[in-house]
Ligand binder design. Structure first.
Ligand code: MN
Length: 287
C-alpha cells in the first residue's frame, strides 16, 4: 500500500494510492481524524487495511486523481524527526571519521517538512550560505515503541519513504550542535508516499541516489547502513518513546557537497532529485 497526505500545506488529508487515484480516507469515514498520525494513534490502522482491501471489490469510496492534487510530506505532523549521523561507512570515511559504535542521534524540527514536489527555499545568504542535500531512507513508525528488542523492531514499523536531509553546513559546523543547520524551513523534503512494510519487504538492499540537475551526487545502497533499521529502532526506543508517525532518517551515503573537492552547495534554480528503490523520487526545486 502507498500512503500519501494530500492537499494544501497545513491542511493535508490522508489518502491511499490505488492505481491513478487517491482514496480519500477522511471523506470515506466521517468522524475519523484527518491525519495519518492520529489515525495511527487511535489504532484505526486495521480498519484502513480492510477498507482498502474492499475498495477494489465494488467499493465506492471517494477519490481524487493522483495528478490533480499537491502531495505533502506523508506524515506532515510527526511528534519528532530522529535523524542518524555517520551511518554509512563511506560517508564516515569521506570526512575521515570513525563510524560511531552506537547510533549518533540528532533532531530536525518537524516544521522543516515539505512535500515531494515543494520548493526548497534557501535562507538569506547572511543566515546560511552553504546548503547541502543528503539522500536518506526514512522509517515511519506505526505503533508506539519503548525499549523494544531488535527482533521485535519491525513490528512497530508502518513503512518506508524517501527523505532529503537538507543541511545548512555553515550553521551545522559553526554552532556547537546541529539542530539549527538541519531545521531551516523547507529543509525536510519527504515522500512521495509511504510504502507499507508489507509492500516493500526488506529495507536493506535498496539503491539510494541523489542528483543535482543532471549530475549524480550520491549512489549508495541501504545494505551499507552501519546500524540497520531494526538496530536503530531498538536503540532509539531505549532512549525515548517512539510515537506513531515518528520519522527516523537513517543517514546518508557518501557524495554530499560539503566533502567534495572543491566543495559544492545548492544554488537557486537547481532541481534536486532523491531516488529510493521501491519507493520513488523526491523532486524539489531550489529557490
Ligand atoms: Mn543526514
Amino acid at each position: 500500500m502507498r500512503l500519501v497526505s494530500f492537499g494544501d500545506p497545513g491542511h493535508e488529508r490522508p489518502g491511499v494510492v490505488v492505481g491513478n487515484e487517491i482514496l480519500d480516507i477522511a471523506e470515506s469515514r466521517p468522524g475519523w481524524p484527518a491525519s495519518w498520525r492520529r489515525i495511527l494513534m487511535e489504532n484505526l490502522w486495521p480498519e484502513v487495511e480492510s477498507m482498502v482491501a474492499g475498495a477494489g471489490k465494488g467499493g465506492d469510496l471517494p477519490s481524487v486523481p493522483l495528478g490533480s492534487v499537491r502531495l505533502g510530506a506523508p506524515i506532515p505532523d510527526p511528534s519528532k524527526i530522529v535523524a542518524i549521523g555517520l551511518n554509512y561507512r563511506d560517508h564516515a570515511e569521506e570526512q575521515n571519521k570513525q563510524p560511531p559504535e552506537v547510533p549518533l542521534l540528532f533532531s530536525k524540527a518537524p516544521s522543516c517538512l515539505i512535500g515531494p514536489n515543494d520548493p526548497i527555499v534557501l535562507p538569506a545568504d547572511e543566515v546560511e550560505n552553504q546548503v547541502d542535500a543528503e539522500a536518506e531512507l526514512c522509517v515511519v513508525i506505526g505503533t508506539r515503541a519503548k525499549n523494544v528488542r531488535r527482533e521485535d523492531a519491525i513490528s512497530h514499523v508502518l513503512g518506508y519513504t524517501a527523505f532529503n536531509d537538507v543541511s545548512g553546513r555553515a550553521a551545522q559546523y559553526g554552532d556547537r550542535q546541529w539542530f539549527r543547520g538541519k531545521s531551516f524551513d523547507t529543509f525536510g523534503p519527504c515522500g512521495p508516499w509511504i510504502v507499507t512494510k508489507e509492500a516493500l519487504g526488506d529495507p536493506s538492499g535498496l539503491s539510494l541516489e541523489s542528483y543535482w540537475g543532471d549530475t549524480r551526487m550520491q549512489a549508495g545502497n541501504t545494505s551499507n547502513l552501519i546500524h540497520d533499521v531494526p538496530a536503530l529502532i531498538a536503540y532509539v526506543s531505549k532512549q525515548m518513546t517512539l510515537e506513531p508517525g515518528d520519522l527516523i532518517a537513517t543517514g546518508t551515503p557518501s557524495g554530499v557537497g560539503v566533502f567534495r573537492e572543491p566543495k559544492v552547495f545548492l544554488q537557486r534554480g537547481t532541481t534536486v532529485r532523491i531516488r529510493l528503490e521501491k519507493v520513488g523520487e523526491l523532486i524539489n526545486l531550489v529557490l
